[in-house]
Design a protein around this ligand. Structure first.
Ligand code: AMP
Length: 183
C-alpha cells in the first residue's frame, strides 16, 4: 500500500504519519525530517536548503523530487509525509510510480482550521515556528499545496480525516481509511 498524507503545517501529519506507518508496516518518508537531518549533518544538501526552510518557503521542486527518487523504497509500501507539496511534485510522483508499475492507494487529507494550526505550531520549538514564519508557511500551503486536494479528489484517491480530534481519535479515523491489511 502506498499512501500520501496531505494537510496544512501543524495538522499533525508528522505524528500521525509515524503512527500509521508503524501500524501498516510502511516506510515513513518525511521530506521535512530528511532536510532537517541534512542540516544537522552539515551536508551540501543541508547547506543549500537551510535559509529557504528558515524563511518558511519551499525547497525547489528539482531538489525535492531528486531526493524522493533516491529515497522511495524499491519494495514494500511507503507513506509520504510532506511530499508532494506542489502540482509539479505531484505529477513527478505520478510519473515515478508509473515507471515502476505502482500507484497511490490512498491520500489522507488531514482537515483542520487555521486558528488551531497556528496555536499548535506556536507550541512547538522548531526554528521555523516563529509567528512570522508560520504565517509564511500557511500562505505557501494555501497557494501551492491546497490545490492538490482537488488534484487527488479527481483521481478518486482522497480520504478526508478530521484532524482536530484527539491524537488517538485521528489515528483511529486514519486506520479506518487505510484498512487493517499489512502489505
Ligand atoms: P515539514 O517538516 O514538512 O513542515 O517541512 C519543513 C520545511 O521543509 C518546509 O517548510 C519546506 O521549507 C521544506 N520542505 C519539506 N518538504 C518539502 C517539499 N515537498 N517541497 C518543498 N519544500 C519542502
Amino acid at each position: 500500500m502506498n499512501v500520501v498524507f496531505l494537510g496544512p503545517p501543524g495538522a499533525g501529519k508528522g505524528t500521525q504519519a509515524e503512527l500509521a506507518a508503524e501500524r501498516h508496516n510502511l516506510a515513513h518518508i518525511s521530506t521535512g525530517d530528511l532536510f532537517r537531518r541534512a542540516i544537522e549533518e552539515g551536508s551540501e544538501l543541508g547547506k543549500s536548503v537551510k535559509a529557504v526552510m528558515d524563511r518558511g518557503e519551499l525547497v525547489s521542486d528539482d531538489v525535492v523530487v531528486r531526493m524522493i527518487r533516491e529515497t522511495l523504497p524499491k519494495e514494500g509500501g511507503f507513506l509520504l509525509d510532506g511530499f508532494p507539496r506542489t502540482r509539479t511534485q505531484a505529477e513527478s510522483l505520478d510519473q515515478m510510480l508509473a515507471e515502476e508499475g505502482k500507484e497511490l492507494d490512498r491520500v489522507i487529507n488531514l482537515e483542520i482550521q487555521e486558528t488551531t494550526v497556528t496555536e499548535r505550531l506556536l507550541g512547538r520549538k522548531r526554528t521555523d515556528d516563529t509567528e512570522e514564519v508560520i504565517g509564511k508557511r500557511l500562505e505557501v500551503y494555501r497557494r501551492e499545496t491546497e490545490p492538490l486536494i482537488s488534484y487527488y479528489q479527481e483521481k478518486g484517491a482522497l480520504r478526508p480525516v478530521n484532524g482536530s480530534q484527539t491524537i488517538e481519535e485521528v489515528s483511529q479515523s486514519i486506520a479506518a481509511e487505510l484498512g487493517v491489511e499489512k502489505k
